[in-house]
Design a protein around this ligand. Structure first.
Ligand code: SF4
Ligand code: SF4
Length: 403
């Protein structure tokens, strides 16, 4: 495997002519204080150096921050004259360096161990399952698979508070402990207001589907995490092993309805690469929402395109739905050149993440205070600066039968 990865790394990174066009679009450049090792150009150049070092038999420099800080928004690819995808370079490099023990990140390792052991990045408390109350599952060949993203966000909120309270050293000492004893994460409580908000949105998603006459089954407390962080942190060996387990559960169904861009992309585009007999019909829930049941109000919305829907794999139905419910404006950075919310850097690079989310929030706020998005990570990340709505909550307010 390593040879294939190295060949691809060489192919992708050697295309860079160092023109610098990508510097202006890469969100981690400005927000890291113009750190050249955290821009798409830097990732391409360092990716090439990494390739050469590995070919010569060692990695002399610690380059992990360069690649782990990449948001994988793939916006750099949109402006690069030679077609370099630094998101892919980061993917490849993380896979390579995750096998070099001294460059692994303890936070990433703790999460990986939890996923492999508990099928979740951390152990959930009862309140994270309370949204199931009164939701009627039906035995059928369609599964509503949440991917646990909405449920995870309130834990991330509390993790951030803990980090501030404890200071970096103590916080990372505990993270290192969690690496050895993954079960310790059950001590982490989710933020109560975050749980309330996530539960409300999950119920609204269910309501939108039921109102559109969609029947589905649920796995309830048995629902596993899809493995996104294994993939994003470059633990491909573990990812391959893990998703075989998940596929045994999901493969009992014919249709899988997903509710967030990360899970949707992972199941639709990455699972089939590693599971030869993959034959699930992966759907995004907005494709099943009946647009005829929505009415258009006089409201003005600023819509944030999640980058996982605009980068490698274009998906635009979220825009169509929001445009069915009111007057929508988009910030200058939108569509294939959208600006990431900063969420993917939250766990490993909280300062960069905070700066990016503030920058994006201001871009949106300048258009309208009524900001909407369709991804739980964007929702959580941007909400650190002010009020943000999930598209499911807006749908709930625009159902004709509510008028
Ligand atoms: S735009 Fe492309 S070729 Fe130019 S510096 Fe960036 S990655 Fe290199
Ligand atoms: S994928 Fe996004 S964060 Fe990563 S290098 Fe490209 S523009 Fe920068």
């Amino acid at each position: 495997m390593i040879d294939d990865l190295l060949n691809e790394l060489e192919r992708e990174s050697s295309k860079c002519i160092s023109c610098g066009f990508c510097d202006s679009v890469c969100p981690t450049y400005k927000t890291s204080g113009y750190d050249m090792t955290k821009t798409s150009r830097g990732r391409a150049q360092i990716g090439y150096s990494l390739f050469k070092e590995l070919k010569s038999g060692n990695i002399g420099i610690n380059v992990s921050d360069t690649f782990y800080s990449c948001l994988e928004c793939h916006v750099c690819l949109q402006v690069c004259p030679t077609g370099v995808d630094s998101g892919r370079i980061s993917d490849l490099s993380k896979t390579i360096i995750s096998s070099v023990k001294k460059y692994e990140k303890p936070e990433a390792k703790a999460i990986v161990r939890n996923i492999m052991k508990y099928s979740k990045p951390l152990i959930f408390r009862d309140e994270s399952y309370s949204w199931y109350d009164n939701v009627k599952a039906e035995k059928c060949d369609t599964l509503l698979y949440t991917g646990l993203m909405y449920q995870l966000m309130p834990y991330t909120e509390n993790l951030e508070r803990l980090r501030k309270k404890m200071g970096k050293r103590l916080f990372y000492a505990i993270i290192s402990l969690a690496e050895a004893m993954p079960g310790i994460t059950k001590l982490l409580k989710p933020d109560p207001s975050g749980v309330k908000r996530a539960n409300k949105t999950l119920k609204n998603i269910v309501y939108a589907l039921k109102s559109s006459d969609v029947s589905f089954d649920l796995l309830e407390e048995e629902e596993p995490y899809p493995g996104s962080l294994l993939y994003e942190y470059g633990y491909i060996v573990e990812f391959r092993e893990y998703i075989k387990r998940i596929y045994k559960i999901l493969g009992k169904y014919q249709n899988i309805i997903t509710i967030d861009p990360h899970t949707y992309n992972l199941l639709k585009y990455e699972y089939p690469k590693y599971i030869p007999d993959f034959n699930l019909n992966v759907i995004y829930y907005l494709d099943m929402v009946d647009k005829n049941m929505l009415y258009k109000s006089n409201e003005y919305f600023a819509f944030h395109d999640p980058c996982h829907f605009q980068g490698e794999h274009l998906y635009n139905n979220a825009r169509e739905i929001i445009e069915n419910m009111g007057n929508v404006s988009y910030p200058e950075r939108n569509g294939s050149r959208t600006y990431c919310c900063g969420g993917p850097d939250e766990l490993l690079f909280p300062d960069i993440s905070k700066n990016i989310s503030a920058e994006r929030y201001n871009q949106l706020k300048n258009i309208s205070g009524n900001i909407v998005t369709s991804c739980p990570i964007c929702l959580y990340s941007l909400s650190r600066n002010g009020n943000i709505k999930d598209i499911a909550d807006v749908i709930q307010m625009h159902l004709k039968n509510r008028k």
